[in-house]
Design a protein around this ligand. Structure first.
Ligand code: GLA
Length: 732
């Protein structure tokens, strides 16, 4: 049993972790423990924390012994002495915001319930167990249902919150965060994956000081600027040792996450929908479902934490045909042609792509009515046959005849001022009355909180998908939300637009997937601006960044790998000098870096020499040989982001095959040898080692490879890379 309710203690156990809470003498749901697996002992000792505190200003003199300001709690509301960030704030119909949540009930839940309208970990095979706990305000019948699910095998605890209003009046939800994780230590570092366009998800480690650290997005999407995945870790934590806690938000809109200390040395981490610009009217009898947070704990460093997330996302977040299937190798025409192409040019590229073993041709932006620059036509999802020089389905037929699939770019949530859609439906745009919205990237955002707009977009996309053999969609979103106002909602509901927008996007994605279950959706948002667990529920791969320079991708892919599986990262071989940075990088390095992802191409193959085509054909074969290992294997970061060279390694589940790549970042002028130790192998298995296609004469034991390492003699210069295959000698 991974969930146990015994007297006043509720315990969730996974293979290596325990999460425990208790109803304390004041009837609050206290947090007792989250850490390494406990035997039968209970963390009840800790139930005293928050009592008998020596704090000079107790909250309530009638109850001197208890302080809700410091007691580790599972969830709490604004107004009754918990001065940390309280996850819940409501405004009752009498105008008061005072709410005091006490324990009401705890019940086992058989199978993990779906969260209405929201993405979440799924479990159709009974691999998880859940408990639902009800807290209730002391005065009003406001109920807070906390759902906890333990995925035993992966050391994962998923949490979400549902609010039910039975107060007899309407109320306003001003904040409903999804998790509150109090802890009994305060010597932590907070690890964030922040950045910007072209530098998404960069690893940063900040010691938790005496002031609160807050990270957030107010951009309407989870953003390039700070990914909704956080780790807090003990000071000694590195890839292999130390304790760390991860929290991934399964949501793609505005969010907040913060961490703070209390005077008695406990900490609070919270995460949820950003309360700024959020006011949700909850009528009597209605409920509100907040999104899920996926927690994990490791006392074996970051590497184990990463494996927990990669496994659970691959098995319980990805869905549909491509959840557990080979992903196609793509050629995308964007960096090859931008807006300037004809069907003939595309076909020429497709033919070369076929010669190097590519499976799918993707036609990017510019295929629809009048779209020759980013100045017009978004929203008019009708084929521009004049530009193509033929109907789209004729081009698709010719590409299919080459033995390749066809994919198409859409940006369903955006609209150009110069578009028939805008002329027909000006009210479908997010913009406040009497104001023209900001034209970020020369476009506006469609009001996805308006079901009519969602229906309209769905209709146009369906027409294209019904009449053309499209097996892949690149779902782009090149804006942040500004001018957030919905013409479909009354004045006093405008605080709901941000969240309803996200629900509308999820609804459209769900409808497309339901109607076209064979279509693979790859998400994109000006690169990796909405790369989060919410989107991965619909699109099991995401364009990692518009920065396609492999040397810059090293740090982006490094940061992304902490939470997100490698097979979720869209990554392509592009032209050199790179279009973004003008840096020159050898083909080999471009290919090695793209292999730590979905692999594909984004350059004009017709311009390559026959040697280059042959080289890439060989590279594609190598990727195909290792694609299952890359997709399903365990991933190890061999170096940190600040190292002068960077390495990573995939190990098959049976530990018999492994593939590693090392990239030299700076020229090695002092010719220091790279003696690289490897991870995750079987110490007693003998392995063959093949470096860049050349087999070493000796066999090496897993023990030697992990403890002594290999002297990588081949790397001297900046931007060079090497590929190391480690293969069980027996399997030869
Ligand atoms: C965004 C994407 C690119 C490309 C362009 C097309 O920038 O990230 O990959 O699709 O849009 O306009």
């Amino acid at each position: 049993m991974s969930v146990l309710i015994k007297e006043n203690i509720i315990t969730l156990n996974t293979k290596n972790t325990t999460y425990q809470m208790a109803v304390n003498p004041n009837n609050y749901l206290a947090h007792l423990y989250y850490g390494a697996l406990l035997d039968d002992s209970l963390a009840i000792e800790r139930g005293n924390v928050g009592y008998h505190t020596l704090l000079p200003l107790p909250y309530d003199c009638r109850n001197r012994e208890f302080s809700s300001a410091v007691c580790p709690l599972e969830y709490s509301a604004y107004g009754c002495g918990d001065f940390r960030t309280t996850p819940l704030k409501v405004r009752f119909s009498d105008g008061s915001s005072v709410c005091d949540l006490i324990f009401e009930s705890a019940n086992y839940v058989d199978s993990k319930p779906k969260l209405e309208g929201l993405p979440a970990l799924h479990d159709n095979e009974g691999k998880s167990q859940s408990v639902e706990i009800c807290l209730k305000d002391k005065v009003h019948d406001l109920r807070v249902y906390l759902l906890y699910t333990a995925f035993e095998e992966y050391d994962i605890i998923a949490r979400s919150v549902r609010i039910e209003n039975h107060t007899g009046g309407d109320l306003i939800l001003e904040s409903v965060l999804s998790t509150c994780l109090d802890n009994y230590e305060d010597e932590y570092d907070l690890i964030t994956f922040d950045g910007k366009p072209y530098a998404e998800r960069t690893f940063h480690r900040t010691p938790l000081g005496d002031v609160k650290l807050t990270c957030e997005s107010k951009r309407g999407s989870s953003s390039h600027q700070c990914n909704p995945f956080f780790i807090f870790a003990t000071k000694n934590c590195d890839e292999k040792v130390g304790e760390c806690y991860g929290s991934a938000f399964v949501y793609s809109g505005n969010y907040t996450a913060s961490m703070e200390k209390t005077p008695i040395g406990t900490t609070r981490f919270v995460m949820g929908i950003n309360p700024e610009n959020f006011n949700f009217l909850l009528k009597d009898g209605e409920s509100f479902q907040a999104p899920e947070v996926i927690h994990s704990y490791s006392n074996n460093g970051f590497s184990k934490l990463t494996h927990n997330y990669h496994d659970v996302i691959r098995k319980h977040l990805f869905r549909g045909k491509y959840a557990d299937a080979e992903r196609p190798i793509l050629i995308n025409n964007w960096e090859a042609t931008y807006f300037k192409f004809t069907a003939e040019k595309l076909l020429d590229i497709a033919k070369k792509a076929k010669a190097i073993g590519v499976d799918t041709f993707v036609l990017d932006d510019g295929w629809f009515l009048g779209r020759n620059s980013d100045n017009s036509s978004l929203g008019d999802w009708f084929v521009d046959e004049e530009k193509l020089g033929c109907p789209l389905n004729q081009l698709i037929k010719e590409i299919n005849a080459l033995g390749m699939k066809f994919g198409l770019w859409f940006e369903p949530e955006c609209i150009s001022e110069n578009s028939n859609l805008y002329r027909a439906h000006p009210n479908w745009v997010l913009q406040a009355p009497d104001r023209k919205g900001a034209l970020g990237r020369k476009q506006w955002v469609i009001d996805m909180s308006n079901p009519d707009a969602v229906d309209g977009i769905f209709g146009m996309m369906s027409d294209i998908l019904d009449n053309n053999n499209i097996e892949y969609i690149k779902w782009d979103f090149n804006r942040y939300l500004t001018d957030v106002y919905s013409h479909a909602l009354p004045a006093d509901s405008q605080g709901e637009v941000h969240h309803r927008y996200v629900l509308g996007v999820y609804d459209l994605l769900e409808r497309i997937l339901k109607k076209y279950p064979n279509v693979l959706i790859e998400g994109c948002a000006s690169g990796g601006g909405r790369f989060d667990c919410g989107m991965l529920y619909y699109s099991p791969q995401y364009w990692t960044s518009d920065n396609t320079d492999p040397m810059e991708r090293l740090s982006i892919q490094y940061g992304t790998s902490f939470c997100y599986p490698i097979i979720a990262m869209g990554s392509h071989v592009t032209e050199s000098p790179n279009h973004v940075t003008k840096r020159d990088t050898p083909f080999k390095t471009r290919s090695n870096v793209a292999m730590a992802g979905t692999y594909g191409f984004e350059l004009d193959l017709t311009k390559l020499s026959s040697e280059e085509i042959e080289f890439l054909a060989n590279e594609t074969n190598v990727y195909k040989k290792y694609s299952q290992l890359i997709r399903t294997g365990d991933y190890y970061r061999l170096t940190s982001n600040s190292a002068r060279y960077m390495g990573w390694q995939f190990v098959s589940n049976d530990k018999l095959n492994s593939l590693a790549v090392i990239v030299q970042r700076t020229s090695n002028i002092d010719f220091k040898p790279i003696i690289q130790k490897f991870e995750g192998l079987n110490p007693s298995v003998m392995y063959r080692v093949v470096i860049d296609g050349k087999e070493r004469e000796n066999l090496y034991s897993g023990n030697a490879l992990m403890n002594i390492g290999l002297n990588i003699r081949s790397l001297k210069y900046e931007n060079e890379s090497t590929r190391i295959e480690i293969l069980s000698a027996k399997a030869q």
